[in-house]
Design a protein around this ligand. Structure first.
Ligand code: UT7
Length: 340
């Protein structure tokens, strides 16, 4: 048994903040941000939430796949910015869609989250546990961003992307193999977690020790926003991402010539360029949309997949590499064969 992506969808908030808007909040400039990151603007939630964006992206993916909500067996939402702790975002999405037969849970692995959620769904489908899965990455990072910190607020944005995966026949059939035969490669290094952190908004243990209730003032503590050692994360990404792509290709005996596109987590244009250089692959194989959306963490890969799908840039039989990296630290890559 294997599985294939049979539909994609995304939702992007309409409200935007360009680099000039950011330069009114912190000491920076449009020129610096474009040159050092490639980002020109980012879309920011207004009425939307992580759940509402996830549900809309999912609706669009189901429509694209021509799959009914009742046919979905598994809903997996990758997010670090859920509206509430419980119920999980996936259950909320289930309610919105009326996907009454689905088993639902969330997965938290920051910017590697979509790759890990995809791998998880694939394992269930390839193992014959479920037949149809909705895999979603949705983030409201603007809620976790310290808008006074120019080291982070220039980078992040909000949005959601989704893919429908369906189990299909055996191994490497004529006309396409689906995704099943390709094994992913993933890694984690918890010892380097301090490079990118965000304390829970609900982490009031210290207050309990002090014997007092939480108050809005406690939320002004900067550790409740994302904190990043940008250079450390940058160095980690440009080393580990080409490495893990090399590992996934060699594990599956696939050569770089067979790969049509590398769909990387959209963190920084210079990271994408460095990965292309280390792999000695042309930039045309590395699509980017971070100039428009910034870094949307686990939403970035499915948003890019959906854009490319809707632009008709994929053809049946093409092989893609999905690669994510980020907080944890975590990183990983998967090979996807497009078979629509
Ligand atoms: O999703 C995965 C997680 N995140 C990432 O992948 C992010 C990885 N890291 C990065 O993308 C980059 O490290 C940043 C974009 C965050 C920072 O770029 P950088 O080239 O590493 O800058 P830097 O921190 O080395 O700073 C260089 C200079 C410093 O000034 P001095 O000391 O050379 O005078 C900074 O103070 O640029 C200054 N600087 C800024 N200047 C204008 C730092 N941030 C800004 C800013 N505007 N926003």
């Amino acid at each position: 048994m294997t599985a294939t992506i049979c539909g994609t969808g995304s939702y992007i908030p309409s409200y935007t903040m360009d680099n000039h808007d950011i330069a009114r909040l912190v000491e920076t400039s449009d020129e610096w941000i474009r040159e050092r990151t490639g980002v020109a603007r980012r879309h920011i939630i207004r009425e939307e939430t992580t759940v509402s964006m996830a549900a809309e992206a999912a609706r669009r993916a189901l429509k694209d796949a021509d799959v009914l909500p009742e046919e979905v067996d598994l809903i997996l939402v990758s997010t670090i910015s859920s509206n509430v702790i419980i119920p999980c975002a996936a259950c909320e999405v289930q309610k919105e869609l009326g996907a009454v037969n689905a088993t639902c849970f969330d997965l938290s692995a920051a910017c590697t989250g979509f790759v890990l959620a995809y791998n998880t769904a694939l394992a269930y489908l390839a193992g014959g546990v479920y037949r149809t899965a909705l895999v979603i990455g949705s983030e409201s990072l603007s809620n976790l961003t310290n808008w006074k910190d120019r080291g982070t607020c220039i980078l992040f944005g909000d949005g959601a992307g989704a893919a429908v995966l369906r189990a299909c026949g055996g191994q490497k059939e004529a006309g396409g193999s689906g995704a099943g035969p390709y094994l992913p490669v993933t890694h984690s290094d918890g010892s380097k977690g301090a490079a990118l952190t965000c304390k829970s908004r609900h982490d009031f243990n210290g207050l309990a020790e002090e014997g007092r209730q939480s108050s809005p003032e406690d939320m002004t503590d900067e550790s409740h926003y994302m904190q990043m050692d940008g250079q450390a994360v940058f160095k980690f990404a440009v080393k580990r991402v080409p490495e893990v792509i090399g590992e996934v290709l060699s594990l599956n005996r696939v050569s770089t010539d067979e790969i049509s596109y590398y769909i990387l987590h959209q963190a920084n244009k210079r990271i994408v360029e460095a990965v292309a250089k280390r792999l000695a692959e042309p930039m045309e194989k590395f699509p980017m949309n971070l100039q428009e959306y910034g870094n949307t963490s686990s939403a970035s890969i499915p948003i890019l997949l959906d854009e490319m799908n809707r632009e008709g840039r994929f053809a049946a039989g093409q092989k893609l590499v999905l690669a994510g990296f980020g907080a944890g630290l975590t990183w990983g890559a998967s090979i996807v064969e497009w078979n629509r």
